[in-house]
Design a protein around this ligand. Structure first.
Ligand code: SAM
Length: 258
């Protein structure tokens, strides 16, 4: 996938809210070691490290474009590395992943690996979009099928994201003695329904950039916009409801045991 940090950051304020809601679920611990999986351009990773008083923080991402931006935030105790969040197998007190896990399949296996990286009292905090049935996601899946046939990359939210109750059950099975899982609707007031295109160009449509040449990608986006506006109506302004799942779990801390 080819990520554009500039496109992603067009809605930086709106995208940031779930990040801080997720961070708000973490319990304070002394100088934790933190890993931020799918860290993107690193700006929020650096802010998170500061807020948690982390002794060390590693941001991991698979996008060279995002990591190039992240580099400016590296400092003592904060590093960025190229890697695949699906196979991460390090050690941390806090495993954090905002708006990234949905890009990979088999969440039970991935979350098991992440749990294995946590020590006693370790915390897991993950936020994933859960908007698969909104036309913004349905139309990209339909168009991808028409344009790419067998090469159509699956719509990641529909293909990979579980229900809130499935995540809750999974956290329990994985030994998280305390947990918080919720579905939250983030309402975004956009100038028009057509502006939804600018939102998804920074995220879910990135999966087509690598598969289409730039001219074909532009035509794809034009057709996507036409269908989206036909389905939503040409509404100005447009209220874009965006569902997300936030999940947090904490393992038993040996110090907690009487
Ligand atoms: C929507 S951005 C979120 C960035 C950041 N977490 C934030 O909240 O601003 C998703 C990020 O996940 C990264 N990503 C997607 N699949 C990945 C994978 N398999 N391994 C590592 N990073 C991945 C992308 O490169 C992108 O930077």
């Amino acid at each position: 996938m080819i990520w554009s940090p500039a496109q992603y950051n067009r809605f930086a304020a709106e995208r940031e809210q779930p990040f801080w809601d997720l961070a708000g679920l973490l319990e304070a611990t002394v100088a934790p070691e933190v890993v931020d999986l799918g860290c993107g351009d690193g700006r929020l990773t650096a802010a998170l490290a500061g807020r948690l008083g982390a002794s060390s923080t590693v941001g991991i991402d698979s996008s060279a474009e995002m990591l190039a931006q992240a580099e400016v935030h590296s400092r003592s105790g904060l590093v960025f590395q190229s890697g695949d969040l699906a196979t991460w197998a390090g050690r941390a007190d806090v495993v954090f992943a905002n708006a990234a896990l949905h890009w990979v399949p088999d969440h039970p296996a991935v979350l098991t690996r992440w749990r294995d990286g946590l020590g006693p009292g370790g915390q897991l905090a993950v936020q994933v979009p859960a908007n698969a049935e909104h036309p913004s996601h349905v139309i990209s899946a339909e168009l991808g099928e028409e344009w790419l046939g067998a090469d159509n990359p699956p719509e990641p939210v529909a293909a990979n994201v579980l229900t809130p109750e499935a995540y809750a059950g999974l956290l329990d099975e994985l030994g998280f003695v305390r947990q918080h899982v919720r579905l939250q609707v983030y309402g975004h007031r956009l100038g028009s329904s057509a502006e939804v295109v600018e939102w998804v160009k920074g995220t879910s449509l990135t999966r087509f950039r690598a598969l289409l040449d730039p001219e074909a990608f532009d035509r794809f986006v034009d057709e996507y916009r036409r269908r989206l506006v036909a389905r939503l109506g040409d509404r100005r302004p447009y209220f874009y409801p965006f569902k997300r799942i936030l999940l947090w779990g904490r393992l038993e801390d040996r110090g907690d045991v009487a």
